[in-house]
Design a protein around this ligand. Structure first.
Ligand SMILES: NC(=O)c1ccc[n+]([C@@H]2O[C@H](COP(=O)([O-])OP(=O)(O)OC[C@H]3O[C@@H](n4cnc5c(N)ncnc54)[C@H](O)[C@@H]3O)[C@@H](O)[C@H]2O)c1
Length: 260
């Protein structure tokens, strides 16, 4: 084990980090901040134009980025994502499993959820994470370690209703995180989860009423809107060497709405 170096432990400079769903919303902000930190960012989004636009912005600002249009539910697509990452930068240090079906889902009665919508949510929010972890694993193992951050949701703590499939899938993310951390601990791969509270990503703003957004704030210790940058510090910390002995954990970031 290397001695702790406070000067470099929090640095992400030259780390190769894949962000799924990096083309819009919170993933876009994680990617932009990673770019500002000097990381080599891979934008893996099914939304091709959005992913490319974020990558171009990072490069225009002097950073390093690669957009690979990816459907995280498709094994071949995910394999191609990792192959292209390795071809360009030779390694993969971090993976942020952020892609999800959320803002596109209607809020409504649980017994009216169409079966195909239930299955699609599980495919993107859970199978997608499994496939991405499986694809980066041999490379992280070969390198002697890596960091995986899975994005869950604060809905899991209070059992928030009206998107039963979504909340169920995000609880699954925590189980996957815990079990996988034990599977890959001997390979020095850290696996953690983050549960964001309701956050004003561009897509959340477009899909939620002001009443709904305001109601969430009142339940917090910090009674203000949660913005994407409120999550950045935790995600970047979990990707860095500074969090090297943290694994299997779930960190709640919601301004003190749920005490976990
Ligand atoms: N915004 C919030 O209030 C909030 C709260 C809790 C958790 N989260 C979680 O944070 C993450 C980001 O949230 P957001 O608000 O930015 O959501 P979002 O809906 O804006 O972003 C999801 C991204 O995933 C991409 N995506 C969807 N299906 C994909 C697929 N099959 N393959 C690859 N990419 C795919 C979309 O194109 C989009 O860029 C999600 O995991 C979400 O569940 C968000």
């Amino acid at each position: 084990m290397a001695a702790f170096n406070a000067g470099t432990a929090f640095s992400l400079k030259d780390k190769v980090v894949i962000v799924t769903g990096g083309g819009t919303g919170l993933g876009k902000v994680y990617s932009q901040r990673l770019g500002e930190m000097g990381a080599k960012v891979v934008l893996a989004d099914i939304a091709a134009k959005e992913g490319e636009a974020v990558a171009e912005g990072i490069v225009a600002a002097g950073g390093h980025a690669l957009a690979v249009t990816t459907d995280v539910t498709e094994p071949q697509s995910v394999e191609t994502l990792v192959e292209r990452t390795i071809a360009k930068w030779g390694r993969v240090d971090g993976l942020v499993n952020n892609a999800s079906l959320m803002s596109v889902l209607p809020r409504g009665d649980w017994f009216k959820i169409p079966l195909d919508e239930w299955d699609r949510v599980m495919a993107v929010n859970l199978r997608g994470i499994f496939l991405c972890c499986r694809a980066v694993y041999p490379h992280m193992k070969r390198q002697g370690g890596g960091r995986i951050v899975n994005i869950s949701s604060g809905r899991v703590w209070n059992g928030q209703p009206n998107r039963l499939h979504y909340t169920t899938s995000k609880a699954g993310v925590i189980g996957l995180t815990r079990a996988l951390s034990r599977e890959v601990g001997d390979d020095n791969i850290g696996v953690n989860a983050v549960t964001p509270g309701l956050t004003l990503s561009e897509t959340q703003l477009a899909s939620s009423s002001s009443n709904y957004l305001g109601g969430q704030e009142q339940g917090r210790a910090f009674k203000r809107p949660q913005v994407p940058d409120d999550l950045v510090g935790t995600v970047l910390f979990l990707l860095s060497d500074a969090s090297g002995f943290i694994t299997g954990q779930t960190i709640n970031v919601d301004g003190g709405q749920n005490m976990h």
